[in-house]
Ligand binder design. Structure first.
Ligand SMILES: Nc1nc2c(c(=O)[nH]1)N=C([C@H](O)[C@@H](O)CO)CN2
Length: 123
């Protein structure tokens, strides 16, 4: 399987389990790997046959700014479900890093991997 990747997408968002966290936006950093077969796009050279990575960035940014959940897990699952609904991807690996969430830790967050089969209703 081929991969479209997006690394280091920074979005300012409201997220966190503590009341003080929910008063101010903070940066989240997203890495995504989208499993697909690029051969149709390579053959036609048409964006309509490709996973438009700019559209994926817009979707992730919009969801991160609007969902405003307590947990990274909720955000990760919400983004995953939407990406499978909106894009013909076969596999997704999504990492959300919450810089500075815990002192003395270099990086912390969640990473999930999903297949289209995990979302039967998405076809
Ligand atoms: N598994 C998780 N653990 C924690 C989360 C989270 O989203 N998932 N969030 C927090 C706080 O919001 C943290 O960022 C600051 O204490 C704690 N643990």
């Amino acid at each position: 399987m081929d991969t479209i990747f997006i690394r280091g997408l920074r979005v300012d968002a409201i997220i966190g389990v503590h009341a003080w966290e929910r008063r101010l936006e903070r940066a989240l950093v997203f890495d995504l790997e989208l499993g697909t077969d690029i051969r149709d796009a390579a053959s036609s050279d048409q964006i309509r046959d490709a996973i438009d990575y700019a559209a994926v960035v817009e979707t992730v940014t919009r969801l991160a700014q609007t969902l405003q959940p307590a947990l990274l897990e909720t955000l990760a699952e919400g983004i995953a479900r939407r990406l499978f609904e909106d894009f013909p991807i076969r596999r997704l690996r999504l990492v959300i890093d919450k810089p500075g969430a815990v002192p003395d830790v270099k990086q912390i967050g969640v990473a999930i991997e999903r297949l289209r089969e995990d979302y039967a209703a998405c076809g």
